[in-house]
Ligand binder design. Structure first.
Ligand code: GRG
Length: 301
């Protein structure tokens, strides 16, 4: 396994988080003023302090294959919009029925259910537009843009994030085996991580073998991320997180309810090791991606 040269991940996350925020702000600048409640609801969720981990993965995968990370922003930020859309819908009374998100009242608590649903809907449509607008303005990126959009929609739709969420709801309050839980996590969460990795690499013009490796990397860190998310919720370690300590009030089966905390952490570490293995061909060029994978199991928020 290639050595990890311990790059300054903290600085990298800070720098790119602020560039991503600027890209999103610029994208919405001057738009939606006639629809004040809607644009306020969009801004409320989109700028509520999200980590921007998905677009940062796109940036790092783009840089791995020799292009400036900025090249990936229309794609990574499109995914960030979809992610924020999914959080608003996930918090609704008809889904998880949560009052808090990122330590703040959820969208429907502030704007009411109807406006929260609409804010999510708007972000979903804007996520496509962000890419198509980029493609229209940059004709030479047309093929890459269509391939990336196709990959993202595949990761989100019937057989992706929405499918995963549906399966989770269908199985709520039922004992399910680890295999079913894996399918839920892969679709609900990991596919969007793999789309982030693919988007960055494809925007940089990576070849098929490299794309396959980045997809594999994304799936594995996505699985690790969701398992750690379950553990953080279960342990109630983080103030403002949605679940109460040592229980899942919705009766959902999660990694810690099935395996316990220690085994869950081991499972997440196993995915991180697999993710890092996919980076072996890239020597120190992939150090940021290695550090990102490690950050996913070490994070406390
Ligand atoms: C949005 C197409 C669409 C459908 C709705 C509700 C739903 C279907 C899917 C829910 C998917 C979901 C909420 C997965 C959980 C993923 C997860 C671990 C979220 C937390 O991500 P962070 O920690 O969030 O990156 P921040 O706050 O940093 O942005």
């Amino acid at each position: 396994m290639a050595e990890n040269h311990d790059p300054d991940l903290k600085q990298y996350l800070l720098t790119w988080k602020s560039r991503i925020n600027r890209y999103l702000e610029d994208y919405f600048k001057g738009r939606g003023s006639r629809f004040e409640t809607l644009i306020n609801a969009v801004n409320y969720s989109l700028f509520a302090g999200g980590k921007r981990i998905r677009p940062i993965i796109s940036v790092a995968c783009c840089e791995l294959f020799g292009k400036d990370g900025e090249t990936s922003l229309p794609f990574g930020c499109s995914i960030e919009l979809i992610h924020n859309f999914s959080l608003i819908h996930d918090d609704l009374p008809c889904m998880d029925n949560d009052d808090l998100r990122r330590g703040k009242p959820t969208s429907h608590k502030v704007y009411g259910e109807a406006q929260a649903v609409l804010a999510g809907d708007a972000m979903f449509a804007e996520s496509f537009r962000m890419i198509t607008q980029h493609a229209v303005a940059n004709g030479e990126d047309l093929q890459a843009s269509v391939e990336i959009l196709n990959f993202i929609l595949d990761a989100v739709g019937l057989e992706g994030m929405v499918g995963g969420q549906s399966l989770e709801i269908q199985n709520a309050s039922k004992p399910i085996p680890i295999q079913t839980l894996e399918v839920i996590h892969q679709n609900k969460t990991a596919r969007l991580f793999s789309a982030s990795a693919f988007a960055g690499a494809r925007a940089a013009g990576a070849n098929k073998q490299d794309l396959d490796r980045t997809i594999d990397y994304g799936m594995n860190i996505g699985m690790a991320f969701q398992i750690v998310d379950d553990v953080l919720d279960f342990s109630g370690q983080v103030k403002g997180r949605k679940k109460s300590a040592n229980a899942d009030p919705d009766g959902l089966t999660t990694y810690p309810t099935l395996l316990g905390v220690e085994e869950s952490i081991n499972a997440a570490k196993e995915h991180v090791a697999r993710a890092k293995k996919t980076l072996d061909p890239y020597d120190n060029r992939a150090d940021i991606l290695r550090a990102l994978a490690d950050f996913i199991v070490k994070r406390k928020f």
